[in-house]
Design a protein around this ligand. Structure first.
Ligand code: DAK
Length: 257
């Protein structure tokens, strides 16, 4: 598929999705959000892909937020509609992806940009990255899941501080509070992200998709995560991957999934 604001490449079972609006610091306009949905939907069905890495074009920004020029005239109904559509089609969609998504945060991840990174399963940041939820400076609150996912990742206290002060934190502080998993230099950012992806690819894709669903269930209101885990766990016994994995172990071989 041809995209206007995304670059998508696939190599050795890893898809690299790059948001490509560097002159606007990769701000998320409607076109980009739509394309992100198309790209992630297509990658779910692409058998050549096992892990997705998401990054921003250029060295300056991962994504500097939702595109302010597009929503500054909105009323509450338009805000609600867009929040619902965006959350369903992009942010929740990405979090529910059966293939793991790794955010390679190559610079500013602000507002909707940090919300996008927080929808990914794993985050790796370059050492000059800066993260924050500056929505209150615009008279808004985070609208793409930030008030929910940030406290899940860093705890309520730090989340309140980041949202209420609208301040940015640097990559090392993000590592300290658990917002990112790793920090590395800019030139190693994709290498490190790909090396995590390669470790994931060695494991059962069926088990990985089930594990994502079970972890997510524990953070979903009204859902019994333990029950989801039990069902997902038991269903693994009927999978080809289970036969492959256990056979390989018992014959002292490495499984090939
Ligand atoms: N939107 C639109 N354009 C942006 C942008 C953004 N978020 N961020 C940067 N740009 C544009 C700048 O306007 C500038 O464009 P030109 O003037 O060159 O045409 C270009 O990118 C380069 O930016 P700067 O010249 O500002 O670059 P600096 O290095 O000086 O500063 C910065 C970098 C990241 C500190 C600064 O650009 C900045 O503060 N950017 C805005 C950060 C921000 O407030 N982001 C928005 C957070 S609020 C919604 C759901 C969710 C949201 C909204 C609505 N609904 C459901 C309706 C989420 C809102 C947010 O994300």
């Amino acid at each position: 598929m041809k995209y206007k604001n995304l670059l998508v490449t696939v190599k050795q079972k890893i898809a690299l999705v790059t948001i490509n609006r560097p002159k606007k610091l990769n701000a998320l306009n409607k076109q980009t959000l739509t394309e992100l949905h198309w790209a992630f939907a297509a990658l779910q069905d692409d058998d050549a892909v096992r892990v997705i890495v998401l990054t921003g074009s250029g060295e300056k920004a991962f994504v500097a937020g939702a595109d302010i020029s597009e929503f500054h005239t909105f009323d509450s109904q338009q805000g609600y509609d867009l929040a619902k559509e965006g959350q369903e089609l992009v942010f929740d969609f990405l979090e529910q992806s059966k293939k793991p998504v790794i955010a390679a945060i190559n610079g500013y991840a602000l507002g909707g940009g940090l919300e996008l990174a927080m929808s990914c399963h794993i985050r790796v940041a370059s050492d000059h990255a800066k993260m924050g939820l500056p929505e209150t400076t615009l008279g808004l609150i985070p609208g793409y899941g930030g008030t929910q996912r940030l406290p899940q990742l860093v705890g309520k206290g730090i989340a309140y501080e980041m949202i209420l002060t609208a301040g940015m934190i640097d990559a090392n502080r993000a590592l300290e509070v658990g917002l990112v998993n790793h920090v590395t230099s800019s030139d190693q950012l994709l290498n490190l992200s790909f090396s995590i992806a390669e470790k994931v690819i060695k494991n059962s894709p069926n088990a990985i998709s089930k594990a994502i669903a079970a972890v997510r269930a524990g953070f979903s209101q009204g859902v019994d995560g333990y029950k989801v885990e039990m069902e997902a766990f038991s269903s693994c016994f009927d999978s080809d991957d289970f036969i492959t994995g256990t056979k390989a172990f018992l014959s002292k071989k490495t499984p090939k999934f």
